[in-house]
Design a protein around this ligand. Structure first.
Ligand code: ATP
Length: 635
C-alpha cells in the first residue's frame, strides 16, 4: 500500500468535522488496506506505533527534526526556523519548503516501509542513537513529496492528531468487516479487555467477528478501567442500588493502578525461560493504560514479597496513595507527582513513600474473575490478603525466634522492615450499608482518615471494563459545598496575562466533551487558583499544543482568544455554580434556546489531570445533569 493513499485520506479527514464523513473515509481506507497491515494503519491513524501500554514513543525533539530537514533539503537552519515561525508547525514548514523545490526526486514509499522505519527510529537507543535517528529521517525526507513529508514529520514528532475517536474507528471496522455498524459493541468489548485497537482490527480482518468475541484477558495487557458515576446524596446512591443495599468503600485520592503479576517468561536475551527458572514479573498500568512500573519500584518489591506468596498470576485494581513517612497518614494526591521523576528514584521513594490499596481482582491463576459478582470478588480479595498477613506474620515470628540466640539486632530490624514493606499493601476498607444514616456515618470515618469520600458499589455487579455507570457511584465531600463535583476540563485557548502575569497566560479557555458529536464545547474562562509556578508551567506545557486557529474539534462562541490550542491538557476546576450563558457553547439550546451553560466563579484546584485524555473530560451530559441537580436543590 502506498503512503500517498494514506496521506490522501488523512488530508480529507483533517478537513472535516463531520463524524459521518470521517467514518466514510475510514471505511474506504480500510477497504483499500491489505489485512496484513491493517493493525499498522490503525495505529498510525491513532498517531501511535503500538498500543499505549507498550510505551513505544517517537517524540523526536524539534531541534533534531530541524537538523534533519536542513540536511535533507540543503536549506540552512535559520530558513527552516523562519518557516516554522510562520506556519507554527514543523510539518507545515517542511511542506512549504519542499513544495518550492518541486523537481526533487521522489520515491513511492509504501506504508510498510514508513512504519518499519518509524519503528526502528523509536527503538534505536544508546550512544550515537541521535545521529542514527537523524539519518533515518533524512533518508525519508530526501525522497518524499511535500505532502508526505508533512505527515512523516508529524509522525516522528509524535504530534499527529487526526482527532478520530476510537469508537469512530470501531464503527468503521464494524461496517467494513461485518457490514453492520451495531457490531461495534463486540469490537468495543474486545478492545476494553485488550486495550489494543490494532490487534482487534487485525483479528476481525483476518479471522472474523467470532474470533473477536474470543479475545480474552491477557496478563500484562491492561484492561480498560471500570469507572463510577457521581451522586450528590447518600439517598440517591442507595436508590441506584439493587435491593437498596450497597458496599461502601473508602475513596482514596491517589493514582489508580492496575497491577499485573505473573512470571517473567523470557530471559535477558529474549529466550523463553524453562519453567523452573522463571522469576516474578510485576507491571503497573495507569488509568490511561500507560506502563508506570518504573515509578514504583518499592511497590513492586512489596508485591513480590507478599502477594506473590499466595497467587502465581493475578490482575488487581488498586489506588496508590502518598503517605506521611512518620505518621503513615494519607498525604495529598499532588505528592505522587514526585514519583514521575526519572532520576534519584531512591531518594524520592524515601521522601514520598506510598501505600497500595487494593479494591478489585480481575484475574487470578488462570481464571477471568470479571464476570463474578462484586461480593464474590471482594471475598477472594479478603482471602488473599488474609493469607498474606498470616504467612507474613508466621515468617516474621519464625525468623525472629531463629535469630533470638545468635544474631544481631540488625537482622531482626531487617525482618521487621520487610514486614513493614509487605503492609504497604492493603485492602481498601469496606462495609455494607442499607440506609442513608449508615452511609453518612461511614463517610465521616472516610473523611477523617483523609479520604475524598466513598465509592458505593452494587453487590451483584460484574466488573464492566471500559464503562462508567451507576453500578459504582462516587460520593465526595465536595458535593456538599459549592458545586456537586469538581470538573475536569480541557484547555483550548488562552488570553495573554496583564500586570503581574505579563509573559504568561492570564486566563485559559476551557471546554467540556460532547461525547455524541466528539467535539469539545467551551464552558468558561478560568483565571483564579493559579500560583506563579502553575502559570509558568502551563506556559511551557502549552507551547507545543499551540495552533493558528480554533481547533476543528472545538466549538466556541468566544473568538477573541490570543492563543488557541489543540485539546490536550485536562485540568480540574471547582466552581460555585453552573449558569445559563450566551457566551459559551456547552449544552447550547438544551436548557434555554440560544443559551449554553457556563461556570460561575471557576477556580483551578491545583490539579492537572495528566491521567486523563481530553476525551475523559467532564461531558456535556454530566454538566447538564449537574445543572439540573442544582436547580432541584435550590427549589
Ligand atoms: P475522580 O476525578 O473522582 O478521581 P475519575 O474520573 O478519575 O474520578 P471515577 O471512576 O469517576 O474516576 O472515580 C473513581 C476513581 O476513584 C477511580 O478511578 C480510582 O482512581 C479512585 N478510587 C479510589 N478509591 C476507590 C475505590 N474504593 N473503588 C474504585 N475507585 C476508587
Amino acid at each position: 500500500m502506498n503512503l500517498s493513499e494514506l496521506v490522501d485520506t488523512f488530508e480529507l479527514m483533517e478537513a472535516t468535522k463531520s463524524r459521518l464523513a470521517l467514518t466514510d473515509y475510514l471505511v474506504s481506507l480500510i477497504h483499500n488496506t491489505p489485512s496484513t497491515i491493517i493493525d499498522k494503519v490503525i495505529y498510525l491513524i491513532q498517531g501511535k506505533l503500538r498500543p499505549d501500554y507498550e510505551g513505544i514513543e517517537l517524540g523526536i525533539a524539534e531541534k533534531m527534526i530541524i537538523r534533519a530537514l536542513s540536511c535533507a533539503l540543503s536549506v540552512d537552519i535559520s530558513s527552516i526556523e523562519e518557516a516554522y515561525r510562520q506556519t507554527g508547525d514543523l510539518g507545515d514548514a517542511a511542506r512549504k519548503i519542499i513544495s518550492s523545490k518541486e523537481n526533487k526526486k521522489t520515491t513511492r514509499f509504501t506504508v510498510e516501509h514508513i512504519y518499519s522505519t518509524l519503528e526502528v527510529i523509536a527503538r534505536t537507543s544508546g550512544a550515537g542513537s541521535q545521529e542514527l535517528k537523524v539519518n533515518y529521517i533524512v533518508e525519508l525526507l530526501n525522497h518524499s513529496t511535500s505532502r508526505e513529508a508533512r505527515y512523516i514529520i508529524k509522525f516522528v514528532m509524535g504530534t499527529l492528531r487526526l482527532g478520530i475517536a476510537d469508537y469512530t474507528v470501531m464503527d468503521a471496522l464494524a461496517i467494513s468487516f461485518t457490514g453492520n455498524k451495531s457490531n461495534r459493541k463486540i469490537l468495543e468489548d474486545a478492545y476494553n479487555v485488550c486495550s489494543d485497537l490494532g490487534t482487534v482490527a487485525k483479528v476481525v480482518a483476518t479471522k472474523g467477528i467470532e474470533a473477536v468475541k474470543a479475545i480474552q484477558i491477557t496478563l500484562f495487557k491492561p484492561i480498560r478501567p471500570m469507572l463510577a458515576e457521581r451522586v450528590r446524596t447518600a439517598h440517591e446512591a442507595l436508590s441506584r442500588m439493587e435491593g437498596g443495599v450497597a458496599a461502601a468503600e473508602y475513596k482514596l485520592d491517589g493514582e489508580r493502578i492496575q497491577v499485573h503479576l505473573g512470571k517473567e517468561l523470557y530471559d535477558v536475551d529474549n529466550n523463553i525461560r524453562d519453567g523452573g527458572n522463571s522469576s516474578s514479573k510485576v507491571e503497573l498500568f495507569s488509568r490511561r493504560l500507560e506502563n508506570i512500573t518504573h515509578q514504583y519500584p518499592d511497590v513492586i518489591n512489596a508485591i513480590v514479597s507478599s502477594l506473590k506468596k499466595v497467587a502465581k498470576e493475578a490482575i488487581f485494581e488498586s489506588e496508590v496513595v502518598a503517605i506521611d513517612p512518620q505518621t503513615l497518614e494519607l498525604r495529598p494526591f499532588q505528592e505522587l507527582m514526585h514519583r514521575r521523576r526519572k532520576h534519584e528514584i531512591d531518594k524520592t521513594i524515601e521522601q514520598y513513600p506510598v501505600r497500595l490499596n487494593i479494591f478489585d481482582v480481575l484475574y487470578l491463576d488462570g481464571d477471568d474473575k470479571t464476570s463474578l459478582p462484586y461480593n464474590q470478588r471482594r471475598k477472594i480479595l479478603e482471602r488473599i490478603l488474609q493469607q498474606v498477613a498470616t504467612k507474613t506474620s508466621d515468617e516474621v515470628n519464625k525468623k525472629i525466634n531463629k535469630n533470638k540466640h545468635n544474631s544481631s539486632n540488625n537482622s531482626n530490624r531487617d525482618i521487621l522492615e520487610n514486614n513493614y514493606n509487605t503492609s504497604m499493601i492493603q485492602l481498601i476498607p469496606q462495609t455494607l450499608v442499607k440506609s442513608s444514616e449508615e452511609i453518612e456515618k461511614y463517610m465521616s470515618s472516610a473523611i477523617e482518615s483523609g479520604c475524598e469520600g466513598l465509592v458505593l458499589k452494587q453487590l451483584g455487579s460484574i466488573y464492566k471494563a471500559g464503562s462508567r455507570g451507576y453500578l459504582w457511584t462516587k460520593l465526595k465531600r465536595e458535593y456538599r459545598s459549592e458545586l456537586a463535583d469538581t470538573l475536569d476540563l480541557v484547555i483550548v485557548g488562552a488570553l495573554h496575562g496583564r500586570g503581574r502575569r505579563v509573559g504568561k497566560y492570564g486566563a485559559l479557555l476551557l471546554a467540556c466533551y460532547d461525547h455524541e458529536a466528539d467535539i469539545f464545547r467551551s464552558i468558561s474562562k478560568v483565571g483564579a487558583g493559579f500560583t506563579d509556578i502553575h502559570l509558568e508551567d502551563f506556559y511551557k506545557k502549552l507551547e507545543k499544543h499551540k495552533i493558528e486557529h480554533v481547533h476543528p474539534r472545538v466549538d466556541t462562541i468566544a473568538q477573541n482568544m490570543d492563543v488557541w490550542f489543540e485539546p490536550s491538557i485536562v485540568i480540574e476546576v471547582i466552581a460555585s455554580e453552573i449558569t445559563v450563558s450566551s457566551a459559551y457553547s456547552a449544552a447550547m439550546n438544551s436548557i434555554r434556546k440560544g443559551y449554553g451553560l457556563a461556570l460561575r466563579f471557576p477556580k483551578f484546584t491545583g490539579k492537572t489531570r495528566d491521567d486523563k485524555s481530553p476525551e475523559d473530560a467532564t461531558t456535556v451530559e454530566e454538566i447538564v445533569e449537574m445543572y439540573k441537580d442544582q436547580i432541584r436543590k435550590f427549589n
